[in-house]
Write a protein that binds this ligand. Sequence first.
Ligand code: M6R
Length: 608
Amino acid sequence: MCGIVGYIGGNQATPILLNGLEKLEYRGYDSAGVAVYHNNAVNVVKSKGRLKNLCDLLEQDQSVTGTLGIGHTRWATHGEPSDINSHPHSSEHGTFVVVHNGIIENYLYLRDYLIGEGKHFTSETDTEVIAQLLEYYYNGNILDTIIKILSKITGAYALGIICKDNPDTLYAIRKDSPLIVGLGKNENFIASDIPAIIDKTRNIYRLNDNEIALIKRDGVAVYNTAKEIITKNKVYIDWDITAAEKDGYKHFMLKEIMEQPKAVHNTISPRLINGQVVLDELKLSEQDLKKLNKIVIVACGSAYHVGVVAKYAIEKVVRIPVEIDIASEFRYRDPIIDEHVLVLVISQSGETADTLAALRESKKLGARVLSIVNVVGSSIANESDDVLYTWAGPEISVATTKAYSTQLSMVYMLVLYMADMLGTISKQEYQTYITDLEKLPVLIEKTISDTKSIQAVASKYFQYENIFFIGRNIDYALSLEGSLKLKEISYIHSEAYAAGELKHGSISLIEDGTLVVALATYEALFDKMMSNIKEVKARGATVLSLTTEDKIMIESETDEIFYIPKINSMMLPSLAVLPLQLFAYYIANHRDCDIDKPRNLAKSVTVE
Ligand code: M6R
């Protein structure tokens, strides 16, 4: 999604803005721009396409000098990707210049109103309305004017604003879209995401909804919309800076795949104490658990796929009924939720707009919300009743890998915690699971240590244009993830099916040479999967199977095979997903795709 960076200080703003925007490229974008205050005017340079185009323009245009500036990478929503629709946007007479993440939902109404009042618009964007509104209501007091327009706009926004009448201040506001203020020495910053400024400062303020920051070179004042000063807590970001660097890998995705043993270890080990899962951060008591009549899981994309695994695991081990929903569906389906429901929200970024809205809807209906989140202090974490943080570290690649794996391991711990509390598991079973949990990082390491066979298979099939994934039970949950991973980074059309459902329609798509990836790790349904493999082979499919290392009998039925180590069935997805991630990665690499920044995609989907 869009990225924001802003600077005020004693140095030239443009290189700082470009450096920040480069760090935000991973979020996905289609155009970029900067605005810098200079000699009583705010100069704007912007361009469709990659940051390189903007840099080329800036090299020719030396007027963009100055020590106060804002920059933006745009992911188009309102209006096609074009030079004109790129941010920053200026008001008609150039009094205000704005960068914006989010969507102004009532922009058409406001635009019509302003046109009726004689304003001229140049772009098709919702953002331009903000700049024009500011100028329209401007009475010489910038803070008052900002507060005034906030009462006029609806929707989600993170905003960086410069007013040509005040070269000493950068203005920042947020509602439902993340924004931080970076605190430097005689210089300050704003950014939509930490990587944009982490090489400049590690001290930040996280802005909350409806807070307005007035940022000067030597200080920051934060107000609410009643013009009262808010005291903010400084947060120190202790990320390892190399986490946001490729560290010798060709792509962040491969680096992050290889970081999974460590990420899973970091997530599990602080919570495994003397052979017991200890979730000190949970306030959910035994009584709370006992009064639940169902758990509802809500998430998007890969986080939703973790939820599908969680449904199988919770129902099997904890024996509480589980519903699972895609967040964008849940929020509008009038769900049956009350105080006897626990809503489990899963999100890497903690900022996904639909997931956040589903959380709010659930709370409104009286449910308790427990979230599994990677980004500390994110909106979903802040608004949940309980938070379990995954310790994946920053994930840069748009395609999630290590966050998915840490979410899975958090799910296993939650399952064991609940099952132990409710007595739905014997002491012996509990101990077996704990032993496997302890071994998980090492088994992950083992599974990803040899990528040669996966590379060889990828080099054979990378030109295919249709690939199917099939599986049953947790293997079906994995099929969803394997298929998403492949399509999002390689652009190969791919579908995932519950294997037993094939003959109800989709098997008609199988013809000579169609590649079917058959997931057969779940022991209880292995024989059923063998039958499904035979069915597709009989119709000409080429089959790539994924199974555990003890199932060598599959070899006679399949063309290609990936083996994973054996572990209890609940934790199998943690190992089985690894060859699928690598398969997708090497296929996309062969196809020369932009793996870390696939077309049309964004890392954190902060708009609906
Ligand atoms: O930040 P979140 O976990 O809430 O994001 C959810 C999805 O947007 C995300 O998992 C997406 O599907 C990934 N690109 C998949 O690799």
